[in-house]
Design a protein around this ligand. Sequence first.
Ligand SMILES: Nc1ncnc2c1ncn2[C@@H]1O[C@H](COP(=O)(O)OP(=O)(O)O)[C@@H](O)[C@H]1O
Ligand SMILES: [Mg+2]
Length: 205
Amino acid sequence: MHKNLFVTGIGTGIGKTITSAILARAVNYPYWKPIQCGDLHFSDEDRVKSLCPGVEVLPGRYRLKAPESPHAASNREGVEISLGDFSPPPGPTVIEGAGGILVPLNQRNLIIDLVPIFQASVVVVAQYYLGSINHTLLTLNELKRRDLKILGIVFNGEKNQESKDIILAHHTLPVLLELPVLADVSAESVGEYVEILRRTVHVHL
Ligand SMILES: Nc1ncnc2c1ncn2[C@@H]1O[C@H](COP(=O)(O)OP(=O)(O)O)[C@@H](O)[C@H]1O
Ligand SMILES: [Mg+2]
């Protein structure tokens, strides 16, 4: 059974970190960001620590300075990311990817290639914007084409029922959470969504 949860998004800046934080609290798993590119002064790990008091944050494998794709940020530092650098975390963990699923790690491999290594089920974070139906369906299609288990989808931000209906007409998937735009993002303000996600996730784990 898949216990690791791999949080990906339909793009970058889509809400993976906020979703990972809520999810880590909901299931009470540690959080792990294997590859961080940029924002090292206030990384995704730091943001999760502030949103998730009490949740363990595992040390990342790569901390790269440039706010670029992993293949480019690692190149800049003269290192090559290899799939062999990664192994599954010691216990069930919420793992945050970098960017979307087809982001390159190096000349050959993509972020999505880590999912089988981590033996993880995937949580897809989507947002509604012009072009987002296309990005969401492409992401879900590719995950299915590779026979990866999709635990469900999280819709983040302003709601669009019509877009949601189209996406779900193509993919029968649990909607784990619909997270509205929060006026402030804090450990307190995400609390009620931790409770909602806890209920939906446990049905599907
Ligand atoms: N539902 C939301 N309400 C308010 N701000 C949000 C929401 N979702 C994301 N954000 C903000 O948008 C930015 C990008 O979100 P983040 O979770 O870091 O995305 P990603 O990890 O995919 O890059 C962050 O500053 C985050 O706090
Ligand atoms: Mg992030």
